[in-house]
Design a protein around this ligand. Structure first.
Ligand code: PMP
Ligand code: GLU
Length: 398
């Protein structure tokens, strides 16, 4: 039979994070000793009270289809969380629960962008923002930031990127892949620009909210005039170590929420009933486990940062949130180890996989080809060993 793949899929970039994760899984299955720093995935187990809630849900027979937007009680618990942690008032019909923040982002992008409309994405960005925007046939406009600017964009850069076709702005803070956190003042500077352009919707991806070492998470939705045009995306994968449960949500203006319900109603329906019951327990339960995990990430960040600072030719910012380092390794471009020539970030990522047996993700997938990303959501021992191996492999390049 003739293979006939639709153009939208044939031209769709494969998720670089998931692609590398699959390769590492394969290598490990063959017995290779790889230290896996690929995925942004907490190495901690889901807190017990959340797992217990899921077991209870099964025992109580909560196993049927759910409302498309999610159980009302779960949405109410999310409303309570948004008030408690973010000081923002929502009603349950402004909340749409999904099968992960990734699906929430897809719902929003598909719901608000027409083909040819523009979406501004500060780079480095999380891989799926651009791929999903391309699926919606939107034009992606990136704003480049640099390690010197702690990978944050300025109001002037934002102003310059806006055109009459701009419809959406997508960013994450704390940021994947850079770990940068926008302060309230920095967000206010961006809000000044947005106020002049009332047609732009802001998608604020706050999935790393609880992995923030600055002590203060600020949502842009709290700033004057921003509430009615901001869609907050959040999820349970990171803060509650629930990557496999698949649970995310939006808090949005009602018209966006309604559009997302319509979209989700045709694509996937309401997400897993058992996961939703677990999610409610996470929202209403003790936050100590989340705080403890954050404290561990901070410890790991410090030890890894110290190691990276010692490596010749590596430029790195001090991340203030999430659990990634996005390191500039461009000074090695043009260098060789034997027959292996490093010409770009992809070459570097593959070289480190082959020579250091450490897996990373190439920065070009995140919109910055000078860098590689690695996650430090793994044990300190493994991280130390990985840093030693990377340092050794880099030192062999000349
Ligand atoms: N946004 C960002 C910035 C992410 O890093 C991720 C990856 N976990 C997601 C969204 C998607 O998360 P989820 O597991 O909830 O789909
Ligand atoms: N978001 C995580 C990451 O950036 C998980 C992988 C993915 O969902 O793409 O590594």
């Amino acid at each position: 039979m003739l293979e006939h793949i639709a153009a939208r899929i044939a031209t769709l970039e494969e998720s670089a994070t998931l692609q590398m994760a699959a390769l590492v899984r394969e290598l490990k299955a063959k017995g290779e000793d790889i230290i896996d720093l690929t995925l942004g995935e907490p190495d901690f187990d889901t807190p017990i009270h959340i797992k217990e809630a899921a077991k209870q849900a099964i025992d109580q027979g909560i196993t049927k289809y759910t409302p498309v937007a999610g159980f009302l009680e779960l949405r109410k618990s999310i409303v309570e969380k948004l008030k408690r942690d973010n000081q923002i008032e929502y009603t349950p019909d402004q909340i749409v629960v999904s099968t992960g923040a990734k699906q929430s982002i897809a719902n929003v992008v598909m719901s608000v962008l027409n083909p040819g409309e523009e979406v501004i994405i500060p780079a480095p960005y999380w891989v799926s923002y651009s791929a999903i925007s391309h699926l919606a046939e939107a034009k992606v406009v990136t704003i480049q930031s640099s390690v010197e600017a702690e990978y944050k964009i300025t109001a002037a850069q934002l102003e310059q990127a806006i055109t009459p076709k701009t419809r959406l702005f997508i960013f994450s803070s704390p940021c994947n892949p850079t770990g940068s956190v926008y302060t309230k003042e920095e967000l206010e500077a961006l809000a000044v620009v947005f106020r002049k352009h009332p047609n732009i919707i802001i998608l604020a991806d706050e999935i790393y909210e609880y992995i923030n070492f600055t002590g203060a998470h600020c949502s842009i939705a709290t700033l004057e005039g921003m509430y009615d045009r901001t869609v907050i995306v959040n999820g349970f994968s990171k803060g509650f170590a629930m990557t496999g449960w698949r649970l995310g949500y939006i808090a949005a203006p009602l018209w966006v929420a309604k559009a997302c319900v319509k979209m989700q109603g045709q694509f996937t329906s309401g997400t897993c009933s058992i996961t939703q019951m677990a999610g409610e327990a996470a929202m209403r339960g003790d936050m100590q486990a989340t705080k403890d995990m954050c404290a561990q990430y901070l410890k790991r960040r410090d030890v890894v940062y110290a190691k990276l600072k010692e490596m010749q030719g590596v430029k790195v910012n001090l991340p203030t949130g999430a659990f990634y380092f996005f390191t500039d390794i461009s000074s090695f471009f043009g260098k060789k180890n034997g027959a292996t020539l490093i010409q770009n970030s992809s070459d570097m990522s593959m070289y480190l996989l082959a020579d250091a047996k450490v897996s990373t993700v190439s920065g070009d997938a995140f919109g910055d080809g000078n860098c590689i990303r690695f996650s430090y959501a793994t044990s300190e021992d493994k991280l130390m060993l990985a840093m030693d191996r990377i340092a050794e492999s880099l030192a062999k390049l000349s």
